[in-house]
Ligand binder design. Structure first.
Ligand code: ADP
Length: 307
């Protein structure tokens, strides 16, 4: 095999109570990559569609992730990475993570899969780190593995694939404003009040228990964010109004996707996600800020080959 064409899912991370430790993959939203073996030992990046991203392999997360993998394996081969950038960079739904994960997954396949998908994670994270100035796996892990994942530990890396009810669906609103991930991270600071920490880990446990037992009420009660939402929501115009609209329309929960500006509503069933999406769009439209609306189930597969 000299060439591979893959679908790399968009991802929603944090999920209210899981700052840096929870993420899920979307089924209907993602981007395509084609990776080819090169005749020389160079890494090259080409972009066929979407907003401009750096094409220098040292500045593109796909190039940095690929280099990390190839150096680890001691392989001198070159690859051409072609990206159809359908997830807008800086959207908060894992644009950079999709490219970093796709590069390592695709190259690993072309090399005959010397590493497991789990073993690819640190290399995807190395690529992702240049976009966000942080070592985090809550987008690359669900992108690579699919489903709903928990990063139980970063040192050593321990990623758990969670059980979840198969009727969950999400609505995402991506307002076309810019929030720099690195800046949004500094808003959080490095201290948390004990009473907030207690509330946060109570909710995180509750969410995971609710996902495992299919208890939608418990999932809903647990989708509360005492850490990032209070410090970041002012960056997203209309946030409080959208949250009230989503919850009144029957969403299980509403929060910021990653560091924003995208917001998500988690719903029971695709029909409910679409209904909530319509109401959110009606609530956001008067602000006269362009936005994208996505409705999607959770993607259980992770990255997959497009035949
Ligand atoms: P997102 O949460 O959507 O992934 P980030 O803010 O984390 O957004 O990352 C976007 C930043 O990463 C932009 O500055 C973009 O130029 C840079 N970048 C580098 N390579 C890529 C890539 N292949 N895809 C998307 N963004 C990239």
């Amino acid at each position: 095999m000299d060439m591979i064409r893959i679908f790399c899912p968009a991802t929603v991370s944090n999920l209210s109570c899981g700052y840096d430790v929870l993420g899920l993959a979307l089924e209907q939203v993602g981007e395509e990559m084609i990776i080819r073996k090169a005749s020389d030992d160079q890494l090259t990046i080409r972009q066929t569609e979407g907003p401009e991203i750096p094409l220098d392999p040292a500045k593109n997360v796909a190039g940095v992730a690929a280099r990390s993998l190839l150096d680890h394996l001691g392989i001198k081969e070159g690859f051409e990475i072609e990206i159809a950038k359908r997830i807008k960079p800086g959207s908060g739904i894992g644009s950079s993570a999709a490219s970093a994960s796709g590069a390592v997954w695709g190259i690993n396949q072309l090399l005959g899969a010397p590493l497991s998908t789990m073993e690819l994670l640190p290399h995807a994270m190395t690529g992702e780190a240049i976009a966000s100035n942080a070592w985090h796996a809550d987008n690359v892990a669900p992108c690579l593995l699919g489903g709903f994942v928990l990063i139980r530990s970063y040192d050593p890396l321990d990623v758990i694939q969670l059980s979840f009810p198969n009727d969950l669906a999400l609505t995402i609103i991506h307002p076309h404003i810019e929030i720099k991930t690195a800046e949004a991270r500094t808003l959080i600071g490095d201290k948390i009040l004990l009473k907030n920490a207690v509330a946060q880990w109570g909710n995180l446990g509750g969410l995971i228990a609710g996902l495992a037992s299919g208890d939608h009420d418990l999932i809903s009660r647990s989708l509360v964010d005492h850490l990032a939402e209070p410090k970041r929501k002012h960056l997203i115009p209309g946030y409080d109004e959208m949250k009230s609209v989503a919850l009144a329309a029957g969403a299980l929960g509403f929060g910021i996707s990653g560091s924003g500006p995208s917001v998500f509503a988690l719903c029971k069933g695709m029909k409910k996600a679409e209904e909530v999406g319509e109401k959110l769009a009606a609530s956001f439209s008067p602000l006269n800020i362009a936005f994208d609306l996505h409705c999607s189930r959770i993607h259980t597969e992770g990255i997959r080959i497009i035949p």
